[in-house]
Design a protein around this ligand. Structure first.
Ligand code: TMP
Length: 210
């Protein structure tokens, strides 16, 4: 498939939301046709699923229902948005993708990674990112940033610190298992420093894309 599929991952407060528009603007300035989207969400069905998932009132949500809802949003996004964009040769920048499921529902909640991979293969029809940018930050720092920044705390933000530690450890394990796909960036620097690292990390993946 032509085009380039880039995903952005990171624990809470890693700065994805700040970095993504900057990266998108930079790629556009280089002449790439960029499509920016996010998970859960990115389609009208997905955005409704997102509301269900993030509502702090839904404390009774089972871990299995949670993974199926994330996967439903993902299936719709892949079919409706990502695949058509890649087929048209566009660069897709997606805020979170299936690695979030492995990190949060797998390492965080303790669901079987083998089950999660099977569900994910079905939901995405096997669509893999070409490159995954990972913004690494300790949960103590990330969660504090959220509070200081006055951002809304969703249902998962409210999990215990131990949960967020497992999520981060999971991300690092996933990244070391597939170093050819992952670019790990230290997200504790300034916005400009982190952006520079992201751009540098991405460059090798653009060879031959236009
Ligand atoms: P964000 O849009 O602020 O990054 O929030 C998304 C939240 O959803 C974040 O807490 C991580 C969580 N999440 C999962 O637990 N599993 C998933 O598969 C995805 C895509 C997100």
């Amino acid at each position: 498939m032509p085009g380039l599929f880039i995903t952005l991952e990171g624990p809470e407060g890693s700065g994805k939301t700040t970095q993504l528009p900057l990266l998108s603007a930079w790629l556009t300035a280089q002449g790439y046709d960029v499509l920016r989207t996010r998970e859960p969400g990115g389609t009208s069905i997905g955005e409704r699923v997102r509301e269900l998932l993030h509502d702090p009132a839904h404390t009774e949500m089972s871990a299995r229902a949670e993974i199926l809802l994330y996967s439903a949003s993902r299936a719709q996004l892949v079919a409706e948005v990502i695949c058509p964009a890649l087929a048209a040769g566009r660069v897709v920048l997606c805020d979170r993708y299936f690695d979030s499921t492995y990190a949060y529902q797998g390492y965080g909640r303790g669901l079987s990674l083998a089950d999660l991979r099977a569900i994910t293969r079905f939901a995405t029809d096997g669509l893999m990112p070409d490159v995954t940018l990972y913004l690494d930050v300790k949960p103590e720092v990330g969660l504090q940033r959220r509070v200081t920044g006055g951002e809304e705390m969703n249902r998962l933000d409210r999990e215990a610190l131990d949960f967020h530690r497992r999520v981060r450890a999971g991300y690092l394990e996933l990244a070391s298992a597939e170093p050819e796909r992952w670019v790990v960036v230290d997200a504790t620097g300034s916005v400009a420093e982190v952006q520079a690292q992201l751009r540098e990390g991405l460059c090798p993946y653009f060879v031959g894309v236009r």
